[in-house]
Design a protein around this ligand. Structure first.
Ligand SMILES: Cc1cc2nc3c(=O)[nH]c(=O)nc-3n(C[C@H](O)[C@H](O)[C@H](O)COP(=O)(O)O)c2cc1C
Length: 198
């Protein structure tokens, strides 16, 4: 059964977040395309994961040598096991909210999401072939979509070869019509869900 991991960093919550609204349009299109798919949500809006301090990173390394079954490794395991990774985050200060960075640090676990071959080459261990990054921005993102650039790079490190960005931009520009921009992005969400590999 197809496992979709939905990483929710829409910090303003479902009532206010336009990124959340766009993500739901995309997930609805995914459910139409793959009715049997299971969507697992990782809700980051409560900021429950601790910042990875030096001490925690050391503890993680120590534990990873023995067993990666514990709760500390849940973010990495869910990332490794997903068939499709969907990350939704508004554009904040040229990337995304800090809660997402904290989560991604927890997913970067040696031996779970990536490893090094005997030759010392870094190799991804994740199952997904595609990742979708959903974002909305107050202004334009062209030439400065650094959140997506980073996520795409990290996806490659994890062995996820393809990344797609679905965005609604210019939502806070006074002359713009945010509702029209969002509706157009929702149409693109449906098209994107159709063109994913499956
Ligand atoms: C803390 C914060 C930082 C932001 N930084 C940027 C930015 O760097 N560039 C930009 O275009 N918009 C920025 N914005 C505007 C948001 O990206 C925009 O309003 C977005 O649609 C908010 O998404 P949401 O409705 O899902 O919360 C920022 C908004 C907030 C609250």
């Amino acid at each position: 059964m197809k496992q979709i991991l939905f990483v929710n960093a829409c910090m303003r919550g479902p009532e206010q977040s336009r990124t959340w609204r766009l993500s739901q349009a995309f997930l609805a299109a995914c459910r139409t395309r793959w009715p049997e798919a299971v969507v697992k949500e990782r809700d980051l809006t409560g900021c429950e994961l601790p910042v990875l301090t030096g001490a925690l990173a050391q503890e993680r390394d120590r534990k990873a040598e023995v067993d990666t079954a514990g709760p500390m490794f849940e973010p990495a395991r869910e990332m490794a096991q997903a068939d499709l990774v969907v990350i939704a985050a508004p554009d904040w200060d040229m990337t995304f909210p800090a809660a997402l960075k904290i989560y991604l640090e927890w997913t970067c676990t040696l031996g779970v999401t990536f490893h090094y071959t005997r030759e010392g080459v870094q190799e991804g261990l994740c199952r997904a072939e595609e990742l979708v990054y959903i974002t909305t921005a107050g202004g334009p993102l062209e030439g400065k979509n650094f959140g997506f650039d980073y996520i795409r790079g990290l996806g490659k490190m994890f062995g996820i070869p393809a990344a797609h960005c679905l965005s609604a931009e210019g939502l806070d520009v006074r002359e713009n019509d945010p509702e029209a921009i969002l509706r157009a992005a929702e149409d693109r969400a449906a098209v994107l869900a159709e063109k994913l590999k499956g």
